[in-house]
Ligand binder design. Structure first.
Ligand code: PLP
Length: 428
């Protein structure tokens, strides 16, 4: 009913495609409010939330510190279009927490961050080509909508209509975790490649960790050929560690893209890096980038509150790791019992795939059984556990995901996986 009404006025009834439940079918939940790790729909039903607004809610929904920070700034106006000292405070915090960063440009979304990073890399190197990985999603700008993960996969359109061939001729594709393929591409095109962009832990073809030397190998090749290495840390930034995946895997990128978490749930993104590259951005340099609402005072207030909490909390990542382990073990126990499932996890990012084989790249992810995932998803939803409505997305665990919630979720997972595979046997 709500969905039908929305569809009359909004294309597909949603303002971002994955929300439409296209891959799992059925009507999406319409959410009214959320608190901690509980989402409440318009009927007042509560769900345990493993989507976390696709990442930002690391401390759970409606955290009082974030709400108060926004409330304090609200009476002063919602936008100035002029600099504020809070923007500098936010940039200072980011620089303090990221050892390889001198400067930060705030934008409004992850898409803007990656788009800006690519233009900056091109302007800095004077080269055009960008190398991206199949199944990685870097927002919806033209250059990256080639074999993109997330909603682009969910909708069955690995690439998008409306993207001119001329634009994507400058985009080279490689398989995630296939360093020898990347090396061959460098041998062929190396001195024309402006940037390699990668999700250091892929989160948009489900969660896929990098193999041992994959990120280090990318660093090495970029150094040899003078290419800018961009880590798209829109999901992993401040989630896997204060220093994101770069800290977790001890690999330095030249440019880092952020979104989600640094806005505490309000729209903020950022590009960050060393001054030698960042100073090429306008107004100091020739690479143009701008935004009327960039550094919006309410979004910056929320971001400052969330980053202070992240900076002060010395045990957050250990707590998240423990929770992640518990969930991962539940899936691995089922695997040991003979159910053909595969689980990937890094910290509080986790996904289950309905395949017995290892999932290490996009092809492997696409080989998992979507029909089984669909049944699994709906059974979980019926029992009030809200996971991403696609196997090509990552579940996010939050600090407010309690051990009771995990126990309830695991009991449900056990029942549901058994049910899903039993129904498959009946059908065959
Ligand atoms: N990069 C990654 C890794 C993402 O996961 C996303 C969104 O999910 C983006 C970029 C785009 O961010 P936004 O949706 O804020 O434009």
């Amino acid at each position: 009913m709500l969905f039908n009404e929305a569809k009359k006025y909004i294309p597909g009834g949603v303002n971002s495609p994955v929300r439409a439940f296209g891959l799992v079918e059925g009507d999406p939940l319409f959410i009214n409010r959320a608190s901690g790790s509980l989402l409440y729909d318009e009927d007042g039903d509560a769900y345990i939330d493993y989507v976390g607004s696709w990442g930002p809610m690391i401390f759970g929904h409606s955290h009082p510190k974030i709400q108060n920070a926004i409330a304090e700034k609200l009476p002063f106006s919602t936008s100035f279009g002029a600099p504020t000292k809070d923007e500098t405070t936010l940039a200072q915090k980011i620089v303090r927490m990221l050892p390889d960063v001198d400067k930060v440009r705030l934008v409004n979304s992850g898409t803007e961050a990656t788009m800006t990073a690519l233009r900056l890399a091109r302007g800095f190197t004077g080269r055009d080509l960008v190398l991206k990985f199949e199944g990685c999603y870097h927002g919806h700008s033209d250059a990256f909508l080639v074999k993109a993960g997330s909603g682009a996969t969910t909708g069955g359109n690995p690439s998008s209509a409306g993207v001119p061939d001329a634009v994507i001729q400058n985009t080279i594709l490689a398989k995630f975790n296939d360093l020898s393929q990347v090396a061959s591409l460098f041998l062929k095109h190396g001195y024309h490649i402006a940037a390699v962009i990668v999700e250091p832990v892929a989160g948009n073809m489900g969660c896929i960790p990098p193999k041992d030397n994959f990120l280090k190998g990318l660093r090495f090749l970029c150094d040899q050929f003078g290419t800018v290495l961009i880590f798209d840390e829109v999901m992993t930034g401040f989630r896997l560690a204060k220093g994101g995946a770069s800290e977790h895997f001890r690999v330095k990128a030249d440019l880092l893209c952020y979104g989600k978490i640094i806005g505490g749930g309000l729209p903020v993104g950022a590009v960050a890096g060393k001054s030698r590259i960042m100073d090429h951005l306008a107004p100091d340099g020739p690479v143009y980038q701008a935004g009327t609402l960039s550094g919006n005072p309410l979004a910056v207030a929320a971001g400052n509150a969330q980053l202070s909490m992240l900076e002060e909390d010395q045990e957050l990542y250990e707590r998240l790791e423990e929770k992640g382990k518990v969930l991962e073990k539940a899936f691995n126990d089922l695997k040991m019992q003979g159910f053909p499932i595969w689980v990937n996890r890094v910290g509080s990012m986790i996904s289950v795939f309905f395949t017995g084989a290892e999932v290490k790249n996009y092809d492997d992810a696409l080989n998992s059984d979507i029909g089984l995932f669909r049944q699994f998803f709906h059974e979980m939803l019926k029992n009030k556990v809200y996971i991403p409505p696609s196997p090509f997305e990552t579940w996010f665990i939050s600090d407010t995901t309690s051990s009771e919630m995990l126990t309830e979720t695991i009991e449900l997972i056990n029942e549901t996986i058994k049910k899903v595979y039993a129904s498959q046997l009946i059908e065959s």
